[in-house]
Structures are given as C-alpha cells and as structure tokens.
Design a protein around this ligand. Structure first.
Ligand code: ADP
Length: 475
C-alpha cells in the first residue's frame, strides 16, 4: 500500500456543508482497491474531536498560528483520520466557516493556514511512523499547504483539487508574515490576487498537479466566463490539469438498504416513498411529476430561475418540494412560494435524512445551476430512480444522458438537460419533463437506465490512482 494524505475542511459524515464533504469521506475507501491508503487531516471542530474517544496524540506543535496544537490519530466511520486539535482555532460551535450571524470567522485565513501548515509538517516527516507519498489538497482551505510543502522541502507530490473555484480564500496582504508565507510569493505570478492573498491561487501555482471534479468543468475553468479571475492561471497550467468526476458512495446512497427510506430496487418501489414525501410536505401532487430540489440556496444554483419557471411546472400538473438553506432573500422567496400552496412545499434548513427521503420519493430532481463543478445531487437522484433535470454545464453535462431523440431511440436517456441557463430555457425543459412523464413507458425506461447508471467511484478512483502514481514517482 502506498500512502497519501488528504487535507480538507469537511468530511462526511462528521462535518458537511456540501459535496466536498461527501467526496473527502468517500475517497479513502475508493482508493484502497487501487493500492492507496489515504489518511485524512481535518480541523478538530468539536464534532470531529468527539468522534473517537480512543484517539491518540501523534504529533505536537507549540505555536500553531497563535496557540498550542496536537495531531490525534483517530478512526471514525471506517476513516483513518488525523485530527488537528487546536482549540484556539477550532473549538467553536456551528458552521465550520461562519459565526452565529452567518459571517465568516475573521481569522479563517489563520484557521486554514494552520491546517495546511500541519499537512506540510506531516509531509515533511513529522509523524514517527507514517510518511505520505502524495498530499491531496481540497479547495482553498488546503491551498497554502502547497507553499509550505515546498518551503519545508517535503518530498511528497502535491495535488490540488478544485471543488468550486468560486471560493478563493482571500485575505489581506498585511497577513502575509502572520501566515508564514514567503515574501517573494506575493506577486502576480504567486499568491497575490488583485492586491490580496488568495489561498486557492497559492495551491494552484505551488502544487505539482491540479485536478477538478469533471472534464467539462476542467475545460470551463480555462475560460473567463467560469474561471472567476483565475482562468489565466489555469490556462498557464493546462498541462498539469485533469478533470476527474466525483462518484456517489454506493453504500451510503443505496435505495435497497438506505435506513432513512422504504427500501426498493425497482422504480415501482418508489410509490410508497412518494406518497410519504407528499404527506410530509403537506402537498397534494397533481397528475404531473413530483419534483424535488435539495440544494444550497445561492446564486450558483439557479433557484431564482426556478421561481420564475415554476408556473410552467404547476400548469402542467407538476408539484415541487424544496430543501435548502443559504441566501436569506432566496430562503424568504421560497417560503413565500410554498405559503398556502398545495403543490409547492419548502423546508428551509439542512436535513440529511430528509434529503434521502426526497431522492427516494421524487419523480425528478431539478438542478438548474448556472455553473456546477460536478454536482452530486443528480448522481444520487439517478441511483434512486428520480430523473435529473439539469443545466448543461460542468459535471451536469458529463453525468446525465439527455433525453434527446437519439438517446431515446437508443434507449439510453437518463435525464433532461437544458441550455441556455435562463428561466425560459428551464421552463422549456420543465415542459419536456412533463411530456416525458406522461409517456409512462419512456419514463419507466429512463428510470431504469438511471438506476443502473454507473455513478459510483470505480472509474474515477482508477484515474486518481494513476495521478497519485505519477506524483509518487516524481517525488
Ligand atoms: P455543492 O457542493 O455545491 O453544495 P453538490 O451537488 O456537489 O453541491 O453536493 C451537495 C450535497 O449536499 C449533496 O449531498 C446534497 O444532498 C447535500 N445537501 C445540499 N443541501 C442540503 C440540505 N439543505 N439538506 C441536506 N442535504 C443537503
């Protein structure tokens, strides 16, 4: 077994705000059959520290960005964890990133620099009996680790994975010394970004290889439309860039064994879950499809477009249930849309078990994102026989076979795709969805295709292993 260190701010099921956590939580088991043993370094948030009472100290640091810290070796949910116990940085309740008022913690730069620093120390040999060949950095929270690894002369190869380029981890240039970053690095060729410091840019420039979570998003990142100001950096490193799709954890997302639902193995088995879902939201579905949205409520996810297109769905006898949280104005707008309606239901909040019940009960899952690096909800939807209706962008383009005439004739379709990503485009797609739903045979075929689609980690883990192998060989 070769050894790799994953570095991330989230890891399901211990701490999750989005798809990043699912990926970080699933990758270790996925990589094992390919000869890679992955340990995961996580911040010691209260929920993570409490996960294993038998954890033991394997490294100490007297001054980790303002206080003492230790690394604990722990096991939880089959994951081999290294937990960075640094109370001055992580002993806070609630979201990993936000205070009770929904604002970023003012010291997020230091909190995640510390994570990166410890990752580099481990890569440089801080643990007596374990040394990774590869360090796998996830998103901006791990970005500075690439710089520190270089500065400390760590021999491990570094891979920076972009899960979402919208988040840069920006901080003031005045923080450079406090962040223990080299002065020479503060330049347009380094981690400087329009006068500030960008943790993500640091990761993109200092890491040996870069990956992102779908082939289409990899291409999109090289364009100004999607690169969020970093497209030039990505283009300059195009030779080091790969796009590897995320997978679904098939043990967690399995309708035949999922403890949160009435289990089923064929689309017909969804009927009870559908009825329960409608009852849970207090709605009465019409003759059209019962659609679900499970999502962060942010500009990215296009749920404002769905508010505009909603009448199209309702006119066709469709209904909708939404579970989400985030942007306050969107939360309010969705509450209003559901208020007094017997065919629209909304739950504002985060509820893992309810999300499972929604995939199981819905006829379709809607993902009208303006951009979507990979997207996991459309994978889970397929597994649970819910037809994904998705925007033609990023990983949504790579994971759904759209029900165009050719795909229908080939009997291969698994979903509906639309472009351009506008309310009008979405309205047209909702019409199309309702047409397909009315053709029971076609719909059943699509459901079966979806349930059998390969949405697991197998193929992608193999691609990561090839990448890890190359990185280890150069180290
Ligand atoms: P992103 O990472 O951009 O949020 P993904 O589609 O990659 O989007 O992953 C979203 C993950 O978070 C999925 O597992 C989805 O089921 C889950 N999720 C999103 N919002 C909620 C919510 N309000 N309650 C429960 N699960 C949610």
């Amino acid at each position: 077994m070769r050894a790799a260190l994953g570095v991330a701010s989230e890891c399901a099921p211990l701490v999750k705000t989005g798809g990043l956590a699912d990926v970080v939580g699933a990758l270790p088991a996925a990589m094992r059959p390919h000869g890679w043993h992955l340990r995961t370094l996580l911040p010691g948030y209260p929920g993570v520290l409490g996960a294993d009472s038998t954890a033991r100290v394997v490294a100490r640091e007297d001054d980790l960005f303002g206080g003492p810290a230790q690394v604990l070796a722990a096991e939880a949910n089959g994951l081999d964890l290294l937990v960075l116990d640094a109370p001055h940085l992580y002993a806070r309740t609630g979201s990993p990133y936000l205070d009770a008022d929904g604002r970023d913690w003012p010291d997020n730069d230091l909190r995640f620099a510390a994570l990166g620093w410890m990752a580099a120390r481990i890569a440089a040999g801080a643990l007596p009996d374990w040394q990774p060949d590869v360090v796998h950095l996830h998103d901006w929270q791990a970005g500075f680790a690439a710089v520190y690894c270089r500065e400390m002369g760590a021999r491990a190869g570094t891979l920076m994975t972009i899960h979402n380029i919208a988040f840069h981890g920006l901080t003031s240039a005045r923080q450079r010394a406090a962040l223990r970053l080299p002065a020479a690095g503060f330049s347009p060729e380094g981690f400087e970004f329009y006068g500030q410091i960008s943790a993500l840019k640091a990761g993109l420039i200092w890491s040996d290889r870069i990956s992102t979570v779908s082939p289409t998003y990899a291409y999109e990142l090289t364009t100004p439309e999607f690169g969020m100001g970093l497209d030039g950096v990505i283009r300059a490193r195009a030779d080091a860039l790969s796009g590897i799709l995320n997978g679904a954890d098939l043990d967690v997302w399995n309708p035949a064994t999922d403890p949160a639902i009435r289990n089923f193995t064929t689309p017909r088995g969804k009927a009870t879950n559908r009825a329960q879902l409608a009852a849970e939201f207090g709605i009465t579905p019409g003759e059209g499809p019962l659609c679900a949205v499970i999502s962060r409520l942010s500009e990215q996810k296009g749920l404002d477009l769905l508010l505009d297109a909603l009448p199209r769905l309702l006119d066709r006898g469709g209904s909708l249930v939404l579970l989400g949280s985030g942007d306050r104005a969107l939360e309010e707008a969705w509450r209003r849309a559901a208020d007094g309606s017997d065919r629209v239901g909304a739950r504002i909040g985060y509820d893992e078990a309810l999300s499972h019940r929604m995939y199981a009960g819905a006829d379709a899952v809607l993902v009208p994102s303006r951009f979507e690096p990979c997207g996991l909800t459309q994978l889970y939807a397929q597994r649970y026989g819910a037809i994904p209706l998705v925007a033609l962008t990023g990983g949504l383009a790579d994971t759904v076979i759209p029900a165009n005439e050719a795909a229908l004739r080939a009997g291969a379709a698994t979903g509906v795709q639309f472009h351009p990503v506008t309310a009008q485009g979405l309205g047209f797609a909702l019409d199309r969805l309702c047409d397909l739903y009315a053709e029971r045979k076609t719909w059943g075929r699509m459901q079966r295709n979806a349930m059998h689609a390969e949405v697991g980690w197998d193929a992608s883990a193999r691609q990561y292993a090839t990448l890890y192998d190359a990185l280890a060989a150069q180290g």
